[in-house]
Design a protein around this ligand. Structure first.
Ligand code: SAM
Ligand code: SF4
Length: 342
């Protein structure tokens, strides 16, 4: 079928009959933090000329929306440190309200939220994910190296005041925040935030030994939580890979994202776009498609839509991360989370 813009509008379906309805977009590889599991302290970032402009990001995201993507998550790096990023949110907001998009959201470290919570709401964002692994300011500094705990707390207050729903993402780190998971549950319950625990993943070349020491399977996290809280199974889903339970005592939802111990590939509905216009069809596989070239080759969107379709036709069945003390670390060692956006 051809629509009025002349583009083919059949939805994106991959070879395993999974509709692709969720696009995560990394708008920058830069960040104002240096979390130990994500970046080394002396990161080399991409030259600015390599990045897609905000206009190009808008064009690409809009092509995906035309092809059936219903949820857009803006991430990074830290998305809110990209200059003029609110322009992109405002532009993409036009696809909400019957324009094809159900949700426009972001994942942020919270450092800039005090400034941006209100404009985000005005652009149509309703729910945000804020990454926070600890409530201890000293530990926070240890994990993020450069982060300012108070600023994140101010950002969270601003988000609440603006009417944004908040989900806290906490990476479960053995020997780091393992003594704090009950406090996190209690605090999130009090604040009205959902909470998701994430297993540390083998991404990027930042020191294998450290990652193995930090790895804490969520089966163990859940067992520990159950020593204090009543966790009731919940059918709640957000279109992402997290499985949720409800904490009876706080009434809050707790999610678990377990890429390593539980394979959720069969229901995968997502692809990831980097800030240079490279599309990764699977977080755990190297195969990728260059969308920047067709985007820049022509002002019409036909070539880029064809490139998107070609890429989706190559989406693999699944990934095979392995993290094991006997086998060592296997995964995508060369790609940082800040490039593909987590
Ligand atoms: N800067 C933003 C933030 O921190 O929320 C967005 C980008 S960050 C790469 C997205 C998510 O990936 C964060 O929740 C972060 O904790 C998580 N992450 C980064 N490196 C990870 C790793 N090696 N294993 C598991 N999660 C990781
Ligand atoms: Fe920055 Fe987010 Fe990576 Fe931390 S996890 S270094 S905040 S991109």
């Amino acid at each position: 079928m051809l629509d009025h813009a002349g583009s083919l509008t059949a939805p994106l379906i991959d070879p395993f009959a999974r509709p692709i309805t969720y696009l995560r977009v990394s708008v920058t590889d830069r960040c104002d933090f240096r979390c130990v599991y994500c970046m080394s302290e002396d990161m080399t970032f991409l030259p600015k000329a390599e990045l897609l402009s905000l206009e190009e990001l808008d064009r690409l995201c809009s092509a995906f929306v035309r092809l059936g993507v219903r949820k857009l998550r803006i991430t990074g790096g830290e998305p809110l440190v990209r200059r003029d990023i609110m322009w992109l949110f405002q532009r993409l907001g036009r696809h909400l309200d019957g324009g094809g998009l159900d949700e426009l959201t972001l994942t942020t470290n919270g450092s800039q939220l005090a400034r941006f919570a209100e404009p985000l709401y005005e652009a149509g964002v309703r729910r945000i994910n804020v990454s926070l692994d600890t409530l201890d300011p000293q530990k926070f500094l240890g994990i993020t190296r450069w982060g300012k705990f108070d600023k994140v707390m101010q950002g969270l207050d601003a988000a609440k005041a603006a009417g944004l729903e908040v989900k806290i993402n906490a990476v479960a780190l053995k020997g780091v925040n393992d003594g704090e998971i009950h406090d996190l549950v209690e605090w999130c319950g009090r604040e009205g935030f959902d909470l998701t625990f994430i297993e540390v993943m083998p991404m990027g070349d930042i020191g294998t030994e450290m990652r193995l020491d930090q790895y804490w399977p969520l089966t163990e996290v859940r067992r520990e939580l159950e020593t204090r809280w009543t966790l009731e199974e919940s059918g709640y889903r957000t279109g992402g890979p997290a499985r949720y339970v409800t904490c009876k005592e706080t009434g809050g939802r707790i999610g678990f994202i377990t890429p390593l111990t539980h394979n959720f590939c069969e229901s995968c509905n997502r692809v990831r776009l980097t800030c240079t216009g490279t599309l990764f069809m699977c977080l755990g596989q190297e195969d990728a498609a260059d969308l920047r070239t067709p985007l820049r080759e022509s002002e019409a969107d036909e070539a880029v839509e064809q490139a998107i379709r070609g890429a989706i036709a190559r989406k693999p069945k699944g990934h095979d991360f392995i993290i094991d003390r006997t086998q060592g670390l296997q995964g995508v060692a060369s790609r940082h989370m800040s490039t593909t956006g987590g």
